[in-house]
Design a protein around this ligand. Structure first.
Ligand SMILES: [Zn+2]
Length: 671
């Protein structure tokens, strides 16, 4: 009998297919079929099961949603306690830990053990335990206090990444992992909630933990939770020798395992890895608060044992805290380069994320109102990685204070030039309408000389302010008239430094057209749009002639934006600046090949790690100049991954997908 006419066989086949594709999607990050095809398979299985209820199996993907709600979360005792880890906070403490292990093993008669350290980013989520009997998920529990947790099986079943069935599993298998919400998922969830007029969540960790501990599984099924497995707990009959092998086994059986995890052979390499993740923590898709470091070898783990509940063979390297409480002294306003007023917070100085923070961004008026911040409030400040510090919210008790200040309002006069401010319909910003406002001029010039624009070395924001206030320059074109003698009159300049700055200004005349276009400051035209416009129109004259109907044909330019760009390009002040800059010898024509031409035409590149001589921006610029494309993530459509030092997960993915991996030298050869 064919499977089409045998519902039981077809249901089994569909379950297997769905498990396979769900694994390609969630675990391998390399889907073979689209969402609609997946849905079609899913719907077919659901229909068969509806017609033949006797075929419904607890491990069917259809059973992931709509399970029974529970009255309360039952307490369960873990078969084996879930350990807690001792913390280290510095390289010295990590070295001391390794020395203690060596001393302990020496007493056991093991001299000079060869350690392999498995380094795992410590995701800020909720630790869970999954118990499988004969390969079928029986129970999922929170860590609780390590001995006693809570039964949250009904919610964990809704997480698509958690396998309901494990092939070739031992009779008893406990898998431990972390449930979390990725940052993109968290942002998208909050956007959906905000769009529906509902209140948004404070942070991904609490959202994930709160969701897993709900009584009704319908909520968990609708929230985008993820899981990463990191250890095997109790089991029988598994012959694994190390943590590294255990991770490979888990991955092999369909459990998602963090692809960032690495093995390091000595403690200095471990320290380096920890510091690298600390630097990158603001750029990962998930929040991490440290690194878990484990001795990989299970026999060594056994010999090392535990002190109380802390194993000797593992520690958690803790990052400095990224949030802190402090007082919001005042809300102040910055003038942007188009007159837009941006609120920022002046704070009582507080130590957070390894630095002292006195100022923090408040984004815009809407954000300020949504967070309900008032001057004098105690507030939560966040600083992660190299991200600009921001005020997250008032401290919980602050909002109950009956004598809070009124909500801060944008100023009625520009804080720099005193011109009455305006708020136009449809803008989220209150504006200083004075085009000659010193605040605006400073921002425009600061932007002009910045690294991504004209990249004038040695011309920082303080010096820009001095040049403007001394009347040495009024706008960007005046920079090219500056003479070394004029600089010598300023504090801190000597012959050589003055000469160097003049040379740096001179050198900027050779920047390509798209950077000049970005530098002159057109509202809504960021670096990428400037590059697209330069690519499309090739010269300033053609761009100045273009109306909205031509501009809208540029990649990334919508109809509203096209109108706005055309209006700005028609303004006499900007035209005057362009003509003066052109007279100074700046480039207003795009050189190099048009799109679809050049030695790298049609090739797609991804960059990762630190290259020996080029920065990523330089490498990317040269690839684009040669007709190639640069994207941020590796896929089947990637032609080359250019990998430098410390390449991270993109390298693994490229190798898995068979993408050519080249180094900087090979890239330069292609160019
Ligand atoms: Zn102003």
């Amino acid at each position: 009998m064919s499977s089409a006419s045998d519902p039981a066989a077809r249901a089994a086949e569909l379950r297997e297919l769905l498990a396979y594709h769900s694994r390609r999607y969630y675990v391998d990050d390399d889907p073979e079929i689209g969402d609609d095809q997946y849905d079609a398979l899913y719907n077919e299985l659901r229909d068969i099961e509806a017609a033949h209820p006797e075929l419904v199996r607890p491990d069917s993907p259809t059973q992931r949603v709509g399970g029974e709600a529970v009255d309360r979360l039952e307490k369960i005792r873990h078969l084996q306690p879930m350990l807690s880890l001792a913390n280290v906070r510095s390289a010295e403490e990590l070295r001391a830990w390794v020395a203690r292990m060596r001393a302990h093993l020496a007493r056991e008669g093991i001299d000079d053990p060869a350690f392999s350290f498995v380094c795992e980013p410590k995701i800020d989520g909720l630790a869970i335990s999954l118990l499988y009997r004969d390969g079928v998920l029986e129970r999922g529990a929170t860590r609780g206090d390590g001995e006693i947790g809570e039964d949250v099986t009904h919610n964990l079943r809704t997480i698509a990444q958690i396998p309901h069935r494990v092939e070739n599993a031992p009779a008893l298998l406990e898998v431990r992992g972390e449930v979390y919400m990725s940052l993109p998922d968290f942002t998208a969830l909050n956007e959906r909630l905000a769009a529906a007029g509902q209140s948004t969540f404070m942070n991904p960790r609490n959202t994930a933990a709160g969701t897993v501990r709900q009584l009704a599984p319908t909520l968990a099924a609708r929230r985008p939770l993820s899981m990463l497995a990191y250890a095997i707990g109790v089991t029988d009959g598994l012959e694994l020798r190390s943590q590294w092998e255990a991770l490979a086994w888990l991955r092999d059986r369909g459990f998602p395992v963090n692809s960032e995890i690495v093995v390091r052979d000595d403690e200095e390499a471990v320290v380096e890895q920890c510091l690298e993740w600390e630097r990158r923590r603001g750029n990962l898709d998930f929040e991490i608060d440290g690194v878990v470091i484990k001795i990989s070898d299970f026999e060594l783990q056994r010999r090392l044992g535990a002190v109380g509940r802390d194993p000797r063979w593992a520690v958690a390297w803790k990052f400095p805290p990224t949030t802190a409480k402090t007082r919001l002294l005042a809300v102040r306003w910055n003038v942007g380069k188009f007159g837009d007023l941006h609120p920022y917070a002046e704070l009582e100085p507080v130590h957070v994320g390894g630095v002292t923070v006195k100022l923090a961004t408040l984004h815009n008026e809407e954000d300020l109102a949504r967070k309900d911040l008032r001057e004098g409030d105690e507030v939560i400040v966040l600083r992660a990685g190299d991200v600009i510090p921001q005020v997250v919210s008032p401290a919980p008790h602050a909002v109950e204070n009956p004598s809070r200040s009124p909500a801060p309002a944008p100023p009625e006069r520009c804080p720099v030039c005193g011109t009455p401010t305006v708020k136009s319909a449809g803008s989220v910003f209150t504006n200083c309408p004075n085009a000659d406002c010193a605040g605006r001029q400073w921002q425009l010039l600061r932007h002009f000389v910045s690294r991504a624009a004209m990249d004038i070395d040695g011309l920082g924001e303080t010096l820009v302010g001095t040049l403007l206030s001394r009347g040495l320059v009024g706008n960007a074109a005046d920079l090219y008239d500056l003479r070394a003698e004029q600089l010598l009159e300023l504090d801190g300049f000597a012959e050589i430094s003055a000469r160097n700055l003049i040379n740096a200004i001179d050198a900027s005349r050779s920047r390509p057209f798209h950077r000049v276009l970005f530098a002159i400051g057109i509202e809504e035209v960021g670096y990428v749009t400037a590059r697209s416009l330069a690519n499309q129109f090739r010269s300033i004259d053609r761009l100045l002639e273009a109306g909205p109907e031509q501009l809208v044909q540029t990649q990334g330019v919508g109809p509203k934006m096209a109108e706005s760009i055309a209006a700005q390009l028609a303004a006499p002040a900007l035209r005057g600046l362009i003509e003066r800059l052109r007279a100074k010898g700046l480039r207003f024509e795009e050189e190099g090949p048009a799109p679809g031409e050049g030695p790298l035409a049609g090739r797609t590149f991804v960059l990762t790690g630190t290259l020996p001589t080029l920065t990523r921006e330089q490498a990317s610029e040269r690839i684009v100049a040669a007709g190639g494309r640069v994207t941020s993530s590796v896929s089947k459509n990637t032609d080359y991954l250019v990998a430098g030092e410390s390449p991270g997960s993109k390298l693994e993915k490229a190798e898995r997908l068979g993408v050519s991996v080249i180094d900087e030298a090979a890239l330069l050869a292609l160019l």
